[in-house]
Design a protein around this ligand. Structure first.
Ligand SMILES: CC(C)(COP(=O)(O)OP(=O)(O)OC[C@H]1O[C@@H](n2cnc3c(N)ncnc32)[C@H](O)[C@@H]1OP(=O)(O)O)[C@@H](O)C(=O)NCCC(=O)NCCS
Length: 220
């Protein structure tokens, strides 16, 4: 994608924006959402839930948006009648990829990462990270929920979700799409249809954990 270009990914509209690192994104995101929704940016009702998950309200309540910044770029996704999450990561050396995978990922995923070497290993680690964080952001609890509570396998079509904590719903509910928005970046977007009875604004329930060990969130 070229800087400041949009594209469609499934039901989602994605904006790939050049954005100076460590700069607040609110105004830039609001401007992009305003254009995408054809609403004056100032009229958008944007709030945060208890876990800081952004939410659109008012006349745009049927839409969901999420964004991620890394390096000097920002990736925004927007969809209607879906719960959506996105994660963007700048590709840089990750010498501790295997240690982090062993500590935070499902054992089968860490074994997959361990079976690779060099850049292939670091890329696999980061692909998993993006897919996991995107889904956990769509769900709304973010990394605090636990990266090991969902499991992906690699397949010809990219990473696919094969197992997850019941509080995340069923794997089949979710779409996860790996993205290569620009040179030196990888990303993933995750979404599932909005369940009118619960939707993004519903509190996350409780249920049996995948893998049983709590509280292993971390940064790549
Ligand atoms: C959300 C989270 C995954 C972001 O991680 P990150 O890799 O540092 O940052 P990213 O650039 O990918 O994403 C940041 C954006 O995620 C969004 N976000 C924040 N919390 C979120 C959540 N719980 N669910 C979904 N999206 C969230 C915000 O829009 C944020 O951007 P902004 O602050 O510029 O508006 C991480 O902060 C997290 O796990 N938070 C858990 C919830 C939490 O503890 N929030 C803090 C206090 S309320």
């Amino acid at each position: 994608m070229h800087d400041n270009q949009d594209r469609l990914v499934g039901p989602l509209r994605c904006g790939w924006l050049a954005h100076p690192r460590r700069t607040p994104s609110a105004a830039r995101v609001r401007a992009w959402l305003g254009t995408a929704l054809q609403v004056p940016a100032g009229d958008l009702v944007l709030s945060r839930d208890a876990h800081c998950r952004p939410q659109l309200g008012g006349a745009q309540a049927a839409f969901d948006a999420n964004w991620s910044h890394s390096g000097d770029h920002l990736l925004v996704v927007l969809g209607s009648d879906v719960q959506v999450g996105v994660d963007l990561e700048h590709v840089r050396p990750r010498p501790h990829a295997l240690d982090l995978a062993r500590r935070y990922y499902a054992p089968e995923e860490a074994d997959w990462v361990a079976g690779l070497a060099g850049e292939g290993r670091e890329r696999a680690f980061l692909r998993l990270w993006c897919a996991k964080e995107a889904l956990l952001k769509a769900h709304g609890r973010g990394l605090a929920f636990g990266l090991h509570r969902l499991r992906f396998i690699d397949s010809p079509g990219g990473l696919s979700l094969v197992d997850c904590d019941p509080r995340l719903g069923r794997p089949a509910d979710w779409q996860v799409r790996e993205l290569s928005p620009g040179t030196g970046y990888i990303a993933a977007a995750a979404w599932r249809p909005l369940r009118r009875d619960s939707g993004p604004r519903a509190a996350t329930g409780t249920g049996a954990a995948v893998g049983g060990v709590a509280g292993r969130g971390q940064r790549p």
